[in-house]
Design a protein around this ligand. Structure first.
Ligand code: NAP
Length: 470
């Protein structure tokens, strides 16, 4: 969608279902010339976006939410077909998208400034002051493959609520959900030139998009490598970086073990482990290590993997066969360094079995890097200081989690785990879309979560009045 019209290009990109590699659709492969059209159109439309009243912005977002809600199954099938999620996982993402858009509309109405006590310092006599929050202008949204609808909504919702024009560049492997959401926004009344949706390769379009001074904020969700490259190119503009992680969980001897197992299995294998807050390392008190491990393995081996559209499937394939081969190599590397595979470990095409390991050494990639695949490491620990130190030893910090029935132990976990969010008695995979969301260390910069994105995507504008007659 460029300058308000749907464009085709002779150069196209095949969108494939990773389960059977079949082609679902094709999308235009945008060029650097298309990027220039998008940038000029967005810059020109910033005024249109700014002039939409708060009521109009909110109504557009509420109507878009209603359109997604009315077509929930269609959105879910698109997510499930182009990506890795099972149909049940995809339905959850689609319904979260409805919430993200609805809350964006609500937050549009709560975007206010404050009065300023300009008379609080000598020289402020006969002066008054206040500030409003004004749109930043053009927001560039770059999104990953693993939540192809809701992460897009997390950027478009607040950007529109804040009165901005937006350029969206979705992941090349999963552009269809983003295009469907673009259609819904237009149907809901968003002026066509306020949003440009550009499908094409980040490696070709990325530098030109992020470096352009007409873009006032880059809101990026993706991996550390692309994030660092963008930081090096972006110049003088705002940046939001939602990057990866390697999430730790601590399970104490007094925890509800059945619940901890159930929720951590789901947290480890949701979306075939391609989840920025997926469980990757679990530190378990030695007194309950064997009980926890055996129940965890039993639960994991019961997982059904396969066809994503089958209602009974628990876990689908990874996004591509080459990503599955990478995870297989990392499992082999851990094994060669002394790890034991307790369950899974195999691969068939893009399908990697849900894999549980123990004795994974610190120099194994599976321990120290973000796996972004369906593997989880179990480690016994003897005391809480040791557990916290080991949990915090990796250079990521998006979500962390701790399980204990003892208030003081749980409190020490909440305080001692270094992360943007700590979940107590839940896996790291718990997220409410309206809570502040983002990471420390290599997990990113800034926070999303609608209200928080809206602050990032707007700027305070101060107005001071000197009124000698007042
Ligand atoms: P990715 O390879 O970093 O790609 C993310 C997006 O960046 C894609 O649209 C990609 O385009 C684009 N891109 C690639 N190189 C670029 C460049 N030089 N300039 C501008 N854009 C560029 O990540 P992914 O594999 O899609 O997603 C997985 C990662 O996202 C994981 O690390 C995961 O943890 C992270 N993630 C984080 C969150 C969060 O909220 N913190 C949420 C979800 C995922 P192409 O598709 O064309 O390459």
């Amino acid at each position: 969608l460029l300058a308000g019209s749907w464009e085709d290009r002779s150069d196209t990109i095949d969108v494939r279902d990773p389960y059977d590699n079949s082609i679902i659709d094709t999308v235009p492969s945008a060029t650097v010339d298309d990027v220039e059209i998008a940038l000029s159109a967005a810059a020109a439309a910033a005024d249109t976006a700014r002039k939409l009243t708060t009521y109009e912005r909110a109504q557009i977002l509420f109507r878009t939410a209603a359109i997604v809600d009315a077509n929930l199954e269609g959105f879910a099938r698109t997510i499930a077909r182009e990506g890795s999620k099972t149909i049940r996982e995809a339905r959850k993402e689609a319904s979260r998208c409805v919430n993200t858009l609805t809350v964006s509309g609500e937050e549009a109405k709560r975007l206010t400034g404050e009065t300023i006590a300009v008379d609080s310092f000598p020289g402020g006599e006969q002066r008054r002051g206040h500030y409003d929050r004004v749109p930043i202008g053009v927001v560039l949204a770059i999104t990953p493959f693993n939540d192809p609808l809701n992460v897009v909504a997390h950027k478009l919702g607040p950007a529109i609520a804040g009165g901005n024009a937006v350029i969206l560049k979705p992941a090349t492997v999963t552009p269809l959900s983003a295009l469907k959401l673009t259609e819904a926004l237009l149907e809901a009344g968003l002026p066509g030139d306020v949003l440009q949706t550009v499908t094409g390769h980040g490696s070709v379009l990325g530098d030109v998009l992020v470096a352009d001074p007409r873009v006032r904020m880059v809101s990026f969700t993706g991996g550390v490598e692309a994030g660092e490259r963008i930081m090096g190119k972006v110049g003088l503009k705002k940046v939001g970086m939602e990057l990866g992680s390697n999430s730790p969980v601590i399970v104490w001897h007094d925890a509800d073990l059945d619940w901890a197992v159930e929720t951590c299995v789901s947290g480890a294998f949701w979306a075939a482990g391609q989840n920025c807050i997926g469980v990757q390392r679990i530190y378990i008190h030695r007194d309950v290590f064997e009980v926890f491990r055996d129940r965890f393995v039993k639960h994991t081996t019961a997982y059904r993997i396969g066809d994503k559209l089958d209602e009974t499937t628990d876990m689908g394939p990874m996004i591509t066969q080459s990503e599955a081969e990478r995870v297989e190599r990392w499992i082999q590397d851990a094994r060669a360094k002394g790890a034991t595979v307790l369950s899974g470990g195999g691969r068939d095409g893009a399908l990697v079995q849900p894999t549980v390991l123990e004795n994974v050494p610190a120099d194994a990639t599976l321990h120290s890097e973000e796996v972004f695949g369906p593997t989880v490491n179990l480690y016994p620990v003897d005391d809480l200081d040791e557990a916290l130190e080991k949990a915090n030893s990796i250079n990521f910090g998006l979500h962390a989690a701790g399980f204990s029935r003892d208030l003081e132990t749980a409190y020490r976990m909440a305080e001692g785990l270094d992360a943007g969010g700590v979940m107590i008695n839940d896996s790291t995979d718990y997220r409410l879309d309206s809570m502040p969301f983002g990471g420390i260390k290599n997990s990113g910069l800034g926070r999303e979560g609608i209200r928080f994105s809206l602050q990032e995507m707007t700027e305070p504008k101060v107005v001071c009045w000197y009124l000698p007659g007042v």
